[in-house]
Design a protein around this ligand. Structure first.
Ligand code: FAD
Length: 358
């Protein structure tokens, strides 16, 4: 996008590889609603409409993003995939198939959705069923009458299994290790509101304080074939970047047997899997709800002290080791990703305004 931002006084060009606003949310599965509440998921300067429910739908988020762009006259330069970002004298250069653009300040807000992580197991090449990543899943219709294994107990895995079970599909969830589960609401408030309330306390302390009430709210999960992680939910996000499952009905379906829990996968066979406990199970389709692993070193060349060993930025929403280079919302936040993006965006705008040569 290319526009004069009257509010910030900055001349901003926004390069977007898709041809519409909110392209990633358009691709998410049909039944998705925000897991974070409306009041804490808005972007700077314009909250989500009060007419929206507490947990807006995917369609409502897209509508919100469209009206946000219209309200602030944000006009992305669509169909502009940035293939490489590199230093060019005192500026940064972003290269696209249609040419390059130089700017003193470069903000990378490419999200995570372009890097689905697809693990492979011995036997992957002989398995004859369908294997799809959660980012390709839309709704249960193609899976009617099939035996489906969903791999991974994150939010996508939990909700896709729920979606399938609700539609009467025979579904199992492969859960490799110990897990953490949070209710979406606790004592009448969104769980995110509690996380925000406790945000300044150390993770370990927050987890200790919350443990008894969360145990009560979630109930015993060991009976369901799940193991509770020793690390509390907040520590899990901060230390491992793993978001606990926010339960929107998955546990009920596990309790009533419509979602079966099984262990991790050892290997694939032509018509199913062998689990870690050596049990063989047949599945017509495997849905990999195994998350995303973006490696930004492929996009940004020749910078030092900016990335961790996985190619994720060491810091987001603040100055990096490379002058004028910023990342927005690239590290998982315990207090909601959209909320974090809004905070970081404001901060980056402030830093960019004060940046020499902007
Ligand atoms: C299934 C799912 C549910 C989620 N639910 C929530 C929730 O309830 N609450 C919450 O706070 N967060 C949620 N998140 C996290 C969510 O991804 C973020 O909150 C938010 O969408 C991230 O916004 P973003 O702009 O950083 O990234 P994205 O929405 O992923 O947007 C990145 C944009 O960059 C573009 N792009 C990427 N690479 C390039 C390139 N090389 N050149 C040009 N353009 C490029 C993409 O086309 C895309 O438009 C969810 C994530 C997933 C996957």
């Amino acid at each position: 996008m290319c526009h004069d931002n009257a509010r910030g006084g900055l001349n901003v060009t926004l390069l977007e590889k898709a041809d519409n606003v909110g392209s990633v949310w358009r691709r998410h599965y049909d039944r998705l609603h925000l897991h974070t509440d409306r009041k804490h998921s808005g972007l700077p300067g314009m909250g989500m409409p009060r007419s929206y429910p507490l947990y807006p739908s995917r369609e409502q988020l897209i509508e919100y993003l469209e009206s946000y762009a219209a309200r602030f006259d944000i006009r992305p330069v669509f169909n502009s995939t940035v293939s490489c970002i590199r230093r060019d004298g005192s500026q940064w250069r972003a290269e696209t198939a249609r040419g390059s653009i130089n700017a003193p300040v470069m903000v990378v807000a490419t999200g995570i959705a372009d890097a689905p992580y697809r693990p492979s197991w011995p036997g992957s090449e002989i398995y004859q069923g369908l294997v799809v990543h959660s980012s390709e899943y839309r709704n249960p219709a193609p899976y009617a009458g099939k035996r489906v294994l969903v791999v991974g107990f994150g939010n996508s895995g939990g909700e896709i299994a729920l979606d399938l079970a609700t539609a009467g599909v025979d579904v199992a969830l492969a859960v490799r290790g110990p897990v953490q589960i949070l209710p979406r609401d606790l004592l009448g408030f969104p769980i995110l509101a509690w996380a925000i309330l406790y945000r300044r306390l150390p993770a370990r302390l927050v987890d200790v304080i919350n443990a008894p009430i969360l145990r009560l709210a979630i109930g015993p999960i060991e009976k369901l074939g799940l193991r509770r992680a020793a690390k509390g939910p907040r520590q899990m996000v901060e230390e491992d970047g793993r978001v606990p499952l926010i339960d929107v009905g998955t546990l009920d379906k596990i309790r009533d047997g419509s979602i079966r829990i099984c262990g991790g996968i050892d290997r694939l066979t032509p018509d199913g899997v062998v689990l870690a406990d050596a049990e063989c199970k047949k599945f017509d389709a495997i849905i990999l709800a195994t998350g995303f692993r973006p490696d930004l070193r492929q996009l940004i060349a020749d910078v030092e002290g900016v990335f961790d060993r996985h190619g994720m930025p060491l810091v987001t929403g603040q100055a990096t080791q490379a002058p004028g280079l910023y990342f927005c919302g690239q590290i998982t936040s315990p207090t909601g990703q959209l909320r974090e993006i809004a905070i970081e965006a404001r901060r980056i705008a402030g830093l960019a305004k004060g940046y020499p040569g902007k």
